[in-house]
Structures are given as C-alpha cells and as structure tokens.
Design a protein around this ligand. Structure first.
Ligand SMILES: [Fe+2]
Length: 411
C-alpha cells in the first residue's frame, strides 16, 4: 500500500499517533465497565472491544512484525481482538463480543498503555514500511473512534432509562436554508485519490469517469423534510421502495429514522431531545434515502457526481469530531460534517485497484460486495480524517451510523 507516511517528519507522525490514542481513551472516560462491555447488536461492538482492537492492530502489524523481540501483552488477546483478518488466524465470533466481561475495562486500559509505551520506544528504529503501518493504524483508530460513538449511542438507546453520554446545549431555532440546485460538471472528470498523502487503497487509483448532465442540491435533506415524507405516507407506499427495501421495512417495522421516539423527540448521545427540524436527517438506511429521493422526484447522487461536486470544498470544515463529549448533526453545513451522505454507487474497485500486500490487504478489498458508498464526513468523524475521495461504505439496511442524504437529479 502506497501510504506515504513519511511525508512529514517522524515527530509529526508520533504526535498524531499519540493524540489519536489519547482521544480514544478520553472518549471512554464517561463510561463504566458495564457501559463498555455491552454489545447492542451483532454489527456494533462494545466500547471496550474498540479500545482493545485498535491496540491489537498496532501490536500485530507494527510491533510484532517490525520490532525484533517484541513480547505481546497477552498472547490470548490475538484471538479476542482480531476483527476479521483471516491471515491472522481464528478469532472470537463477532456477535459474541458483548460476552467478554473479562478483560476488564481497566485491564484493557493497561493493554493500551503497554502498546503505547512499546510504540514510543520503537518509533526511532522502525523501518519505513512500519511507519506506513502506523499511518494506517492512526486512520484505522479514527474510524473506530466514530464507531465507538455510534455504538455507544446504540447501546444507550437500548436502555429505558435513556442515559446521556454527555450534555449538549438545546437546539437553536434555525430555519433551514431553502433548497436550490447547482449544475454539476458534465463530461470526463477524474475521481479517486492522487498519489500524494495518505489514502486507503480503495480510493486509488485516480481515474477518469464520465458525468452526464446533472444537478446537485445545495444542502442535505432535513428532519423537517423527512417529517413531510412520513406525513405523506412515504413509509406506507410500496411504489417508492426498492423491493429489498420494502421487505426490510416490513420485516423491521420501520416507520421513521432509527432514533426518533415519537413525532417530536429523538434519542441522542445527549439523551432524549426535541428534534431539530432544520438539522440534516440522520440514521436513515440506503433504502430509506432512496425512497425519499424517489418521492422527491429526484435521486441520490452517484459517487463520482458527489466527489467532483465536493472537490473544491475544504474537508476540514464543518461539524466534525474535535474532542470528547456528545455529537449531533446541526443545521447548516457544507459537504463535510454532520452526516455521511448515501450515494447510489456500489462500493467496488476502481480500474487498476490493487489491495495492499500482507494481512492489511484484507482492510477494504474483501468488503466490495453488497455495500453502498457514503461520502463526506459526520459529526462523529475525527476532523482531518476524511477527504473528497474518501469512500465510507455500509450495507443498504445499516442506519446506526450518522447517515443522511443530499439529493441530485438529471438535468
Ligand atoms: Fe478495525
């Protein structure tokens, strides 16, 4: 994998590494051992597991593979905290992660400290290939920081006590910006990550695509517009839905975004709150986003349309994760922040795609089946993590992430 971790001085890599490691620990600070042990459903993971798995990633791919004589913190942890790497051997079943009352949260913190100290000692002597893996490990841990928050939201949402992860100020009564349409570029454009700087393997190579005449909305679909969709019978009109989506809706009894509790409130990381009608809708599946777009007389953008439209936007702006505490989509915002935006594009390889060599080659490529690409960034995405070429991906029924949509249409 050409990750080019060594672009900056080693000191920059080290400071980003330990800042990332610290943020993960800080995110866990408000949690009890019990909070950190629960697995709300099989696709989500316990907070404790995120803390340990991100450490296992560094311990395995950097320390074990590149530091002669490194001794693992606990040899048994490889079985517990390997996520999906077949090349790393057998592992604990994903749906059973919530059964791990041991190691305790404090023992997992000790594991993190052990790995961090070993990384700090090893950094000056690590070969370039290991520094590339540290860069990958930083980006990997940032992905888990987002999952950490969305999984805690899912965990707390299970409790009738409706606990709050933290406090947020009440919504301010902003009005939503009026919807307007902007012409996207027509013709041959380039998408994907160019060669400089870090990018995941799935973002490369940069390549040409053809865009037909189209328009993209100036903003995301809001909660208020979603209420209109519900009131118009959107969830009861089969002609708006993909066949799989209609089956899913009936099977799962879906009639509103995941955390809406009634017509006026939603469950958030700050507990139950009034729905902010001007904020972008979040926690909707691909099926719901697609049905809403059809109801609107529009469609979801393709990945290439979205990426080209966003190519001049600054990915470091917007409502993204800067530190600890609860997060929530807010009104306004541009192409990055608040919610990930569903596209109609399948997560598939680009022409000339090559997975990285070794176990980390399993990072993205093997998931290129049955998933759709999401673009942008959410309020739970660590600032600096995303970019226009970034390819988040989830199955079409997933909605526990901060997922929303922006409309597009043919012109
Ligand atoms: Fe992972």
């Amino acid at each position: 994998m050409a990750t080019h971790a060594r672009q900056g001085p080693c000191g920059d890599l080290a400071s980003r590494l330990f800042a990332t490691r610290k943020l993960t620990l800080d995110l866990a600070a408000p949690l009890s051992d019990a909070d950190a042990t629960i697995q709300p459903f099989p696709d989500a993971s316990p907070a404790k597991w995120h803390l340990a798995h991100t450490s296992w990633f560094f311990e395995t791919f950097v320390l074990r593979d590149h530091l002669p004589g490194y001794r693992a913190f606990d040899e048994r942890y490889a079985f517990l905290f390997n996520s999906y790497y077949e090349a790393e051997g057998p592992r604990h079943a994903r749906p059973r992660r919530g059964m791990l009352s041991r190691p305790s949260l404090d023992e997992v913190r000790s594991y993190r400290a052990y790995v961090d100290e070993a990384l700090e000692r090893a950094l000056p002597q690590l070969p370039p290939a290991a520094l590339d893996l540290i860069e990958l490990g930083i980006n990997h841990e940032q992905q888990h920081q987002e999952l950490f928050l969305t999984d805690i939201l899912a965990t707390f949402a299970e409790s009738p006590l409706e606990p709050a992860y933290g406090a947020l100020p009440p919504p301010q009564c902003f009005a939503a910006e009026p919807l307007s349409w902007h012409a996207g570029r027509e013709g041959i454009v380039e998408i994907g990550a160019s060669d400089g700087g870090f990018a995941f393997d799935s973002e490369r190579p940069r390549h040409r695509v053809f865009l037909s005449r189209h328009e993209v909305a100036n903003r995301r679909v809001t909660n208020g517009e979603w209420r209109d969709f519900i009131d118009a019978g959107g969830y009861r009109t089969p002609t708006l839905w993909l066949s799989e989506g209609w089956d899913w809706l009936q099977r799962e009894q879906v009639a509103a975004p995941l955390y809406w509790r009634d017509g006026a409130t939603e469950f958030t990381l700050a507990g139950r709150r009034q729905i902010d009608w001007a904020a972008p809708v979040a926690h909707v599946s691909y099926y719901e986003a697609d049905a809403f777009a059809r109801w609107s007389g529009a469609r979801l953008p393709t990945e290439a349309e979205w990426e080209d439209f966003a190519s001049s936007a600054d990915p470091s702006l917007g409502n993204q994760l800067d530190g600890t505490g609860p997060v929530l989509p807010r009104p306004g915002g541009g192409m990055f922040g608040d919610v990930w935006e569903w596209t109609q594009s399948a997560f598939a390889s680009y022409p000339g795609f090559a997975a990285a060599a070794g176990a980390v080659g399993e990072y993205n490529g093997k998931f290129m089946s049955g998933q759709f690409v999401l673009k942008g960034a959410s309020c739970a995405t660590p600032r600096g993590h995303s970019r226009a070429s970034y390819r988040n991906f989830f199955p079409p029924s997933a909605r526990w992430q901060f997922t929303g949509l922006r409309l597009a249409r043919d012109a």
